[in-house]
Design a protein around this ligand. Structure first.
Ligand SMILES: Nc1ncnc2c1ncn2[C@@H]1O[C@H](COP(=O)(O)OP(=O)(O)OP(=O)(O)O)[C@@H](O)[C@H]1O
Ligand SMILES: [Mg+2]
Length: 503
């Protein structure tokens, strides 16, 4: 029978190893090896005198070996502050063999006991206020005679302190993970509400794709639930308990986005005093959402393409690639294929991102979801604002009749407003139409220069521009304007840029 290498008898293996050791051992400076060990150790000869002590032992006792070499070990220890009055001798299996409690503190070397007994001695020596040390002395034989005794000391107090610290850190870590988990669940618990055919189909797609690592492109108007869907995909994937990192390509200035996404090395640019991890690295093991992907500058598009293809990034100023393990989800409310046609988005990037396209239809195309969503938000805001309001049948009909240009976000905001304002227990259709008319009326139709816009498209765009301009002026920031207009900051920032608005 042919014996395979891996099946060799372990004894043969040991023999081979020791042969090898013999062959090469002469080349190794064992004293240097012992000096490098970071555990205090020393060696005494059969005459009980010091032959060797390593730097860790020097530090431990606060002495210099070259000043004490050749001296009797007890004379050396006598001059140090190592002393103990309690010792536990343990057997080879670690069991307690003998407990000695000395009348007076002693500094007797454990090595001498090993020398006397001719076998290994382990002792836990204990001094109430100072030290707790595990001392292990082992005689080393040559031709049947003891040639020296090697003694190691393990500072248990420090080890215990380390252990306590480690346990504390582990405990803290567990608490943080649990808390994070709780927030994650709370934050994501809303899930995808709705029972329309469209939402059921979305659920099916999520189920089929969540467990894969395939790149997903989510499209849909502002406020339809692209972020909600991303949360769901992440939650249902095997990456669910890892980070979900979201970056809005429209809200970060072009000059910063590269370092935000990929991180940077120290000295990569003025102000880079230390290196920083980018979003891709932060999402390690989890998911990264590239929101408003249509806003990613053309110069960064090849870099993103590279990440998708090679699964590797280069930090700004870095020369070595960093492997990336993050599932990529991109989202946009723009028409990416149109942007490809206009040359604003690279074709190859579009096809890579569009591996699994998911389009979320606007709320007006799935009005069956309105009753469920309304009931959900009514419950949520009643609880939040300590109210108990209900919707009349007419009110529900008014909600269904509205076209919801701001989609679910608009519905959510309207319901919160309805719950907060007024003391009537019932929300009537009258109040709903009033508020919706108010919102429409607050938008001026005329352009700022007083000229009437010529086409419907221009009129709508002018209308939008005016609303944005006045919101930005009165609220001062894209974030505040987004809140006031029931929109997202990304959308406002993008449109402000598109219309070149100043405020
Ligand atoms: N199906 C849904 N179920 C529950 N809540 C939803 C649903 N869809 C949207 N929402 C809510 O509507 C609001 C807007 O959703 P989300 O932020 O996901 O929209 P978005 O498509 O990312 O919008 P934008 O393009 O403006 O960023 C959120 O508060 C979200 O919780
Ligand atoms: Mg969004």
């Amino acid at each position: 029978m042919i014996q395979r290498k891996g099946n060799r008898n372990p004894k043969t293996k040991i023999r081979t190893v020791s042969k090898l050791m013999k062959k090469h051992a002469t080349d190794i400076d064992f004293a240097a090896v012992l000096r490098a060990v970071n555990i205090p150790l020393h060696i005494i000869g059969p005459d009980e005198r010091l032959l060797f002590g390593n730097p860790a032992w020097e530090r431990y006792l606060g002495l210099r070996v070259d000043e004490v070499i050749g001296l009797h070990i007890n004379d050396i220890l006598k001059d140090t502050n190592i002393e103990y009055y309690f010792a536990i001798e343990t057997g080879e299996n670690g069991n307690v063999k003998k407990i000695s409690h000395f009348e007076e503190k002693t500094h007797g070397s454990v090595g001498l006991t090993a020398l006397k007994l001719g076998k290994s001695v382990s002792m836990f020596v204990y001094d109430t206020d100072r030290s707790e040390t595990m001392v292990n002395s082992t005689p080393i034989f040559k031709d049947g005679k003891i040639q020296c005794v090697l003694t190691t000391c393990l500072d248990m107090k420090r080890s215990l302190e380390y252990r306590e610290q480690m346990l504390e850190i582990a405990h803290q870590n567990k608490l943080i993970t649990e808390e994070l988990d709780m927030y994650r669940k709370q934050y994501m618990s809303e899930g995808l509400i709705g029972d329309s055919k469209a939402v059921r189909e979305l659920r099916k797609i999520i189920e089929d794709t969540a467990k894969t690592d395939a790149t997903i492109l989510i499209t849909g108007e502002s406020g339809v639930g692209k972020e909600v869907l991303t949360n769901e995909i992440h939650r249902l994937s095997a990456r669910g308990n890892k980070p979900l990192v979201k970056i809005n390509c429209a809200s970060i200035p072009a000059a910063l986005i590269e370092s935000e996404l990929f991180g940077y090395e120290r000295g990569a640019f003025t102000g880079a005093v230390k290196s920083k991890m980018g979003m891709f690295e932060m999402a390690h093991g989890g998911t990264i959402l590239l929101d408003e992907i249509g806003e990613l500058s053309k110069s960064l598009q090849p870099k993103l393409l590279r990440v998708i293809q090679e699964r590797e990034i280069f930090r700004v100023g870095g020369t070595t690639g960093v492997p990336i393990n993050a599932r990529i989800i991109a989202a946009t409310n723009q028409n990416l294929s149109e942007m490809v046609a206009q040359g604003d988005v690279r074709n190859d990037l579009y096809y890579r991102l569009n591996l699994i396209p998911i389009r979320i239809p606007p709320l007006r195309e799935r009005k069956e979801d309105i009753p469920l969503l309304s009931a959900y938000y009514l419950r949520k805001f009643n609880t939040k604002h300590l109210k108990n309001k209900t919707l009349t049948e007419d009110a529900m009909e008014a909600l269904i009749a509205h076209s919801w240009p701001g989609n679910v976000r608009e519905l959510e905001n309207l319901l919160e407003r309805l719950v907060i304002i007024g003391n009537d227990a019932e929300i009537s259709s009258f109040r709903i139409t009033n508020i919706l008319q108010d919102i429409q009326a607050s938008a001026p139709l005329e352009s700022e220069n007083g000229e009437a816009p010529s086409s419907l498209k221009k009129m709508v765009s002018q209308y939008e521009q005016n609303i944005l301009q006045s919101a930005l002026r009165s609220h001062g920031s894209t974030y505040a304007a987004a809140r006031a207009l029931n929109s997202s900051q990304g959308t406002i920032a993008r449109k402000a840029k598109q219309y070149k608005l100043v405020w």
